[in-house]
Ligand binder design. Structure first.
Ligand code: PLP
Length: 388
């Protein structure tokens, strides 16, 4: 099978499994316990936190472990906005982009529904980019937080995060970015990015599902979402997932060390894959920015087909990928991300996303490109009524 759905999830790396194993077996202590097993767990957790902080170029105390990217996004959007509103009730607006993951979008909608916030949605251009002008157009004195993703999960477009964060800071507004898809492929130095908060997810990086991180600047007040024993410096209560934290830290450290070379290698393969698909399916429409895109994502619409049918045909040909709307679990409505890019609903229904792990090799992508031409051809033939 050729696995081209790495933006959905990735297998756990062997080094990661080996690093976490002791904390699932012999060293199984609770980091809050005052005996040697507890102390070993606490020190593993501290090591994991330091590992993440090193990659992000922040302090250990600014790293909060969560149950994944969704929780990290929820904690950032709700936690920062609510804490700011508590200090100044006039801060009752949040800004998100039109192509955020549901973890950010639904957190903003919750603030609107339950806490009386207004949600300002900053539009994207036809390539899925937010411009500084567009952002400045929606910022105002009541804005409590801006949350704009680093790289999009459906089309792979990368945002000019440093410039957008600087525009928010001009008005003293904190800036959060969802870096779940960017991690492993793009630089993650939070000082260079200039962000106040950043979310990560372990399972996109070769760690298990159910581990995540929120970086948040030490002085940023965050209203916790999970109350209890005060773990994670009160930002996120609950007995810590020590093995998950160790795994995420190891996966992040490994992918960070490989990031520059992997990004170069895989973007070359991605570009050849895009050319091969466009060569054999001339009407294939690349979605997202032509070059400001993740090395690991090639996404297309195939007008005249249905994305779901192309996926099924591809799976018959042993190629696994996903439709553009995969993130709206179980829904066959056109992807809101593609609609926000100005793509017509009937074209958005034809979307297919190919996303690569860092282990991808050229021959797999050559086979996949040939399979795409076959699959699209088969779906077209089925869709066109036969004469006679
Ligand atoms: N943000 C983005 C951009 C994502 O792609 C995903 C997962 O697909 C998430 C957040 C949610 O992460 P998790 O699956 O760890 O909850």
């Amino acid at each position: 099978m050729i696995f081209l759905d790495a933006a959905a999830t990735t297998p756990v790396r062997r080094e990661v499994l080996e690093a976490m194993w002791p904390y699932l077996s012999g060293e199984f202590g609770n980091p809050s316990s005052h005996h040697s097993l507890g102390e070993a767990a606490a020190s593993a957790l501290a090591g994991a936190r330091a590992g993440v902080a090193k990659v992000l170029n922040c302090r250990s105390g600014e790293v909060t472990f969560t149950s994944g990217g969704t929780e990290a996004d929820n904690l950032a959007v709700k936690g920062i906005a609510l804490a700011r509103q508590a200090s100044d009730p006039a801060l009752n607006r949040v800004v998100i982009s039109a192509i955020e993951h549901p973890a950010v979008e639904e957190s903003a909608r919750y603030l609107e529904r339950v806490h009386g916030f207004a949600v300002d949605v900053v539009p994207v251009d036809g390539n899925g980019r937010v411009t500084v002008d567009a952002l400045q157009g929606v910022l105002g004195p009541g804005t409590a937080l801006v949350s704009i993703m680093y790289a999009n999960n459906e089309v792979g477009t990368v945002q000019p995060v440093a410039e957008l964060a600087a525009a928010a800071h001009e008005l003293g507004i904190p800036f959060h970015t969802d870096a779940v898809q960017a991690a492993g492929w793009l630089p993650l130095d939070v000082k260079v990015l200039g962000v106040d908060a950043l979310s990560l997810s372990g399972h996109k990086l070769g760690a298990p599902k159910g581990s995540g991180v929120l970086f948040a600047k030490g002085r940023l007040r965050i209203e916790p979402l999970v109350h209890g024993g005060g773990q994670e410096r009160g930002r996120r209560s609950g007995t810590e997932n020590v093995a998950g934290a160790v795994a995420l830290s190891m996966a992040l450290t490994l992918s960070h060390a490989e990031q520059a070379s992997m990004a170069e290698r895989v973007s070359g393969l991605r570009d050849r894959f895009i050319s091969a698909v466009q060569g054999s399916v001339p009407e294939a429409m690349l979605t997202g920015h032509p070059w400001e895109r993740l090395p690991s994502v090639a996404s297309f619409c195939f007008p005249g087909t249905s994305g779901e049918s192309v996926l099924l045909e591809l799976e018959r040909l042993d190629v696994v990928c996903s439709s553009g709307s995969a993130c709206a679990a179980g829904s066959d409505a056109p992807s809101p991300v593609l609609l926000a890019l100005g793509i017509a609903p009937e074209t958005a229904q034809t979307a297919v996303r190919f996303s690569f792990t860092s282990a991808i090799i050229e021959t797999e992508l050559e086979q996949a490109a040939a399979a795409v031409a076959t699959a699209v051809g088969r779906v077209r033939n089925l869709a066109t009524p036969q004469r006679g």
